[in-house]
Design a protein around this ligand. Structure first.
Ligand code: GLN
Length: 552
């Protein structure tokens, strides 16, 4: 029988509710339980695929091809589990199902109403996830902040579940305690209001996780306890941490795991966070640095630089750097700069490695191509991800194969050398404007040729299955509409572009590389989605190894 833990957020967004949820999961897992986690996004969007990454952060892709919120990535990284469609709920998905059922006469002539039918559908989705995963604990993170109109129905679903199974449902509020500079004191009032708002939805939090710049002191703990109607021991101090991977360890300092189990009336003696304790030690003690530049365009919002759009790439770089006991130093490079300013290119020499990650549309593309050319010529380790692979092909075609007008048809539809183009089924989808959830999504196989750089990477990491010839079959996750155009494959190969990874089902090029270079590998898929803190992505690992080599 599964137990359910709802996690809601108080005061404001961006306080690490996703990491808190993932950390609770990690703690329970370390005590010997099977855990799964669900993210609820209160958007009408059916999935995150149609959201702008600057507004909503990275679009994470599960192995079964769901485009979801970046928190699902955190859950996978913390739990070391592969999650699926059941782990992501949006308002759009819920309404879509209810309307479909109504059209199919599945409500037996009843008036279909927002309450109870919408919360009922939410509950049935949560229970389905519990059944499918056979989890002992299902964590449900309700997106947004308490008090918003849009997540009310999800709180309602939680309230109804608690009413039906009072012993099996727990509520945790992750709230924020500001320390205003001019006052110089941690304030609890916003959290008090958040709890009252939650109370007005019929919910009393069982535990409050108090996020703040600094640890919670005794007077504040006492105040929260009295005003928010929780015991002092149920208030967990959650100060800012140097690394997100430290959060479970910090929570355990306040005995969060035991506290949760006690509330459910469960006992366990098991305890094993040792591997993460070791990891956190490495993170804190790493001195040697590796400087990585990430060239993108989804960082700026007004006067602020946000890097959420690239979170899995950032985490994958970190995992690999820590593997080599090195401190990653990441710099955000705006691709547009390289279009106007040729001298800026020379500064790339100061980096040990450059990544061009995924992306869409016209802006900054020529700058990225210039960066790739510079890395190729100046032997700077280069890792291209999805668009970063497609543009590496364009660069090679233009500058090595003398196809001056080579491009991707995403940017110039009728170019002379469409070295990157869509598959025929995608052409129909684009014509019919069927954009949502129709890219090449999720896990696909890739056969990696023996003797290549990519092969060495997977071999060293002991990932994938080796066949009789010695080639390695791996599964990696995709999110794109465009592909290397097979019509140009021979031309490119003849000039030295190595096609080291091929999708065996449709004969599509998945990995390209060049020789006589410290590391120049670019992939059509997104290896960052499968990187875990204790088992880094093989390609990132090899890339970082080459970068460290350059730095010394
Ligand atoms: N825009 C490109 C495509 O759709 C690349 C996508 C990506 O980088 N994720 O194929």
């Amino acid at each position: 029988m599964a137990r359910f833990i709802f996690v809601a957020g108080g005061v404001m967004s961006g306080i690490g509710k996703g990491v808190a949820t993932a950390s609770i999961g990690k703690i329970l897992q370390s005590k010997g339980f099977k855990v799964t986690a669900i993210k609820i996004d209160p958007y009408i969007n059916v999935d995150a695929g149609t959201m702008n990454p600057i507004e909503h952060g990275e679009v994470f892709v599960t192995k079964d091809g769901v485009e979801c919120d970046q928190d699902v990535g955190n859950y996978e990284r913390f739990l070391n589990e592969e999650l699926t469609t059941e782990n992501y709920i949006t308002t759009g998905r819920v309404y879509e199902t209810v309307i479909r059922k109504e059209r199919n006469l599945e409500y037996g002539g009843k008036c279909v109403e927002v309450v109870p039918h919408i919360p009922d559908e939410v509950i049935s989705r949560i229970q389905k996830a519990a059944r499918k995963t056979k989890a002992d604990f299902v964590l449900i993170e309700i997106g947004g902040t308490v008090g918003e109109y849009q997540n009310l129905l999800f709180l309602e679903a939680g309230r109804m579940m608690k009413l039906q199974h009072p012993k099996d449902v727990l509520f945790i509020l992750v709230s924020y305690l500001p320390v205003p500079r001019i006052i110089g004191e941690m304030k609890t009032k916003p959290t008090q209001y958040a709890v009252r708002t939650l109370n007005s939805a019929g919910i009393q939090p069982d535990i409050i996780i108090a996020r703040s710049e600094m640890p919670l002191d005794q007077p504040r703990k006492n105040k929260i306890s009295i005003f928010c109607n929780v015991q002092e021991k149920d208030v967990i101090s959650a100060p800012d941490a140097e690394s997100i991977y430290e959060v479970p360890i910090n929570f355990e300092k306040d005995n969060l795991g035991k506290l949760i189990l006690k509330k459910f009336g469960i006992r366990t003696k098991k305890e094993n966070l040792k591997d993460w304790q070791r990891l956190v030690k490495i993170i804190k003690n790493a001195k040697k640095k590796v400087k990585i530049g990430i060239v993108g365009k989804y960082f700026k919002t007004g006067d602020f630089t946000l890097t959420d759009s690239y979170i899995s790439v950032i985490e994958a770089v970190k995992h690999s750097a820590w593997f080599y006991k090195t401190k990653p130093e990441l710099t955000w490079l705006s691709s547009e700069v390289y279009e106007k300013n040729a001298t800026a290119l020379k500064e790339l020499k100061n980096f040990d490695g450059i990544i061009v990650p995924g992306g869409f549309g016209n802006r900054g593309v020529e700058g990225k191509i210039k960066v790739i050319e510079y890395c190729r010529k100046n032997k700077i380790p280069y890792l291209g991800l999805c668009l970063g692979m497609q543009l590496a092909v364009v660069e090679f075609a233009r500058n090595i194969c003398q196809m001056k007008d080579a491009h991707t048809t995403e940017i110039v539809e009728h170019c002379k050398y469409p070295v990157i183009d869509t598959l025929s089924e995608q052409k129909t989808l684009i014509r019919e404007k069927k954009y949502g959830g129709t890219m090449r999504l999720g896990e696909y196989p890739c056969l990696i040729k023996k003797g290549s750089r990519a092969h060495l990477a997977y071999l060293k990491s002991r990932q994938g299955e080796q066949n009789k010839k010695g080639d390695i079959l791996v599964q990696e996750r995709h999110r794109h509409r465009y592909e290397l155009n097979n019509e140009f494959r021979k031309n490119l190969e003849d000039k030295g572009l190595i096609m080291s990874g091929i999708n065996p089902e449709r004969d599509l090029v998945e990995i390209i590389e060049i020789s006589q270079h410290p590391f120049f590998v670019a992939v059509q898929f997104h290896p960052e989605f499968k990187s875990k803190p204790l088992s880094p992505s093989p390609l990132f690992r090899e890339f970082i190894r080459a970068a460290i080599h350059r730095s010394t």
